[in-house]
Design a protein around this ligand. Structure first.
Ligand code: NDP
Length: 271
């Protein structure tokens, strides 16, 4: 393969919670023949929430490509990787071109790539603000826009944006991040309206605190304070988020569009 890389190294999968027996049975059904498989692209799919989403979609029988800025050392079996910095329109085009040439048209897009650059507003530079909004909101806009035409041709598509509970609640020190995540809701709902007639659904998942590198960066004290505020009394796992994404990508979610599903242990209730 040219740009894509399928890593058959039997690397251990990241820790995933044991599935319930019924779920397990569902997952053990046979994957459809390759020509019937849908093609999913997960931005920021090399670790954390994105990787869990990619594995969920793989288990659901789809062919899955993940994108990121840095080539991962290893990827679980079955996933392909393509370089795709969502702040760079040329890389986005090249990534979709490569997927279309080597795998086929993407009909499931998970716009997950995201960054933080926290700081109080009085110390936040213009660049601190716009760079986060450009990666999280601008990046989602760019990949969604690039994915739409092939979905229109297929008359079937699923776009899923990964927002955040912070988008609705706000968060001290995260004005840039919260603005970007709230912006995704307006973007997603507008796309949902524009492309509903083409049988393309656009939905959002709004995670609360999820155990990933991004959360780790906050430090133990902040994490403990966050857990205190979560009604379910724990941080979530990437698999908690991936389950909602898998559902939204499924045929079972055919009549859901413009929705935001919270996966936050109850943190944002009422928000
Ligand atoms: P991680 O930092 O663990 O992973 C981020 C992923 O995005 C990596 O694969 C990274 O790879 C990639 N990435 C970062 N910037 C870019 C870019 N410009 N272009 C392409 N890929 C990029 O984050 P999480 O898994 O925690 O978060 C995933 C999403 O979930 C984000 O949108 C985040 O805002 C959201 N979220 C996370 C929560 C949490 O508590 N963890 C809570 C709520 C929402 P690379 O660096 O190689 O590019």
């Amino acid at each position: 393969m040219n740009v894509l890389r399928r890593d058959d190294d039997p690397a251990p999968r990241p820790t995933r919670q044991p599935r319930r027996p019924a779920q397990e049975q569902r997952k053990q059904r046979q994957a459809p023949p390759e020509e019937d498989q849908r093609i999913a692209f997960v931005t920021g799919g090399t670790r954390g929430i994105g990787l869990a989403c990619a594995l969920e979609l793989l288990e659901d029988g789809h062919r899955v490509v993940v994108g990121s800025r840095n080539r991962p050392d290893r990827l679980p079996e079955g996933l392909a990787w393509v370089p795709c910095d969502v702040t760079d329109p040329k890389q986005i085009d090249a990534a979709f071109d490569a997927i279309e040439a080597e795998v086929g048209p993407v009909t499931i897009l998970v716009a997950n790539a995201g960054i933080t650059n926290d700081g109080l507003v009085l110390r936040m530079s213009d660049d601190d603000f716009t760079s986060v909004v450009d990666a999280n909101l601008g990046g989602a806009f760019r990949v969604a826009k690039r994915s739409i035409r092939p979905m229109m041709k297929k008359r079937w598509g699923r776009i899923i944006f990964i927002s955040s509970v912070v988008g609705a609640m706000g968060q001290t020190g995260q004005a840039n991040y919260a603005a970007s995540k709230a912006g995704l809701v307006g973007l997603g709902r507008s796309l949902a309206r524009e492309f509903a007639s083409r049988n393309i659904t656009v939905n959002l998942v709004a995670p609360g605190p999820i155990e990933t590198d991004m959360l780790d960066a906050l430090g133990d004290d902040t994490k403990a304070a966050i857990v205190e505020a979560v009604p379910l009394g724990r941080v979530g796992t990437p698999d908690d988020v991936a389950a909602a994404v898998g559902f939204l990508a499924s045929d079972g979610a055919a009549y859901i569009t413009g929705a935001t599903i919270p996966v936050d242990g109850g943190l944002g209730m009422g928000g």
